[in-house]
Design a protein around this ligand. Structure first.
Ligand code: CDT
Length: 324
């Protein structure tokens, strides 16, 4: 067996008025809890460090910029304490945040921090940006202005090997991980790009509204409870189906709860096996750590039989996927 112990740190409500320092303290507690439960890696959500700001239309550029990380997250005062603590505990961290580059570009980003080397092993910038550039006309609509605030990611879907988590065997080498962010998980293409690189664990942080009829193109009269249940169903559906069809584990971590007492985000953080079944799942919509021991050898039946891509795919018929 090739076993690694993986955690997802679900993060409950973060309000617009919350001080960064308080949020960071919460995240470090979750890190400590994941480590005390024996996790070697912990996944945090998308845009973990602040409230999910793309729901607001900002008129003040300085306020908008305050939600972004400028410069190196390993040394910036907003984030350094988290990575320092991870190094101390010897636990790897995958975490999402809003990134402003030196050139002034903005991305919805996550990084994989490797505690043993104290370095960022991989970075991913969200490719499928949902929502709109302009807010909806209805004053009570829930907006998601990601197309306004972020550029589409420019780093592709890159799987990467992670040393030091387990003894590498000659047949398998080090474990192969991949990252995506929230809306990416709904796209088969994103998963297949990672699947084709032999990914064994996919990490996905998310912020998903429990009720956003304008954004969904649904009737505003839809029953909020039914709509919310469907949002959770679709989240689990894509995590389970795509883990199965790519014969990999997946981990998802929610930013959830009622931001500003008003904006509902679903929970439902999961760890899913390569057979598509949920192994661990959050029970609350608050700060909560879930953890599972994952035997990466369980990817082998899928990767060598049903989803042996080399033997069974028929790429001569897939040209349409990349031509339109
Ligand atoms: N953050 C993010 O990408 N949220 C989107 C909302 C789209 S509503 C279907 C998501 O895919 O969950």
């Amino acid at each position: 067996p090739r076993i690694i112990r993986i955690a997802a740190a679900q993060v409950g409500a973060i309000h617009r008025s919350d001080a960064r320092q308080n949020t960071l303290t919460r995240l470090i507690s979750l890190l400590d809890e994941a480590s005390s439960k024996g996790a070697q890696i912990v996944l945090f959500p998308e845009c973990t460090l602040t409230t999910f700001f793309p729901r607001y239309l900002f008129t003040d550029d300085a306020e908008l910029e305050s939600y972004f990380e400028h410069g190196d997250v390993l040394t910036s005062e907003n984030t350094k304490p988290l990575f320092d603590r991870a190094k101390e505990l010897g636990i790897d961290v995958c975490i999402g945040f809003a990134e402003a580059t030196e050139e002034g570009d903005h991305y919805n980003t996550c990084v994989y921090y490797h505690a043993a080397s104290g370095s960022i092993l991989s970075k991913y910038r969200k490719i499928h940006l949902p929502g709109d550039v302009e807010p909806f006309p209805e004053p009570d609509a829930v907006n998601q202005l990601e197309k306004r605030y972020f550029k589409p990611g420019n780093l592709g879907f890159k799987a990467f090997r992670v040393p030091d988590l387990m003894d590498a065997t000659p047949e398998h080498g080090e474990p192969i991980f991949g990252m995506m962010i929230c809306n990416d998980r709904r796209w088969a293409e994103a998963w297949r790009c990672l699947g084709l690189q032999g990914v064994e664990v996919v990490f996905t942080g998310f912020n998903t509204p429990g009720f956003a009829p304008q954004m969904w193109g649904a009737s505003v009269d839809v029953d909020p409870q039914e709509a919310r249940a469907e949002a959770i169903f679709h989240h689990k559906l894509v995590m389970q189906a795509h883990s199965y069809t790519n014969a990999c584990f997946s981990v998802s971590a929610a930013r959830c709860g009622l931001d500003d007492g008003k904006y509902d985000l679903i929970g439902g953080s999961t760890i899913v096996g390569p057979n598509g079944k949920i192994i661990a799942e959050s029970k609350t919509e608050e700060d909560e750590v879930i953890v599972a021991s994952c035997d990466l050898d369980l990817c082998l039946p899928g990767k060598t039989r049903t989803f042996d891509f080399g033997r069974h795919r028929r790429i001569e018929h897939y040209g349409i996927l990349a031509s339109q």
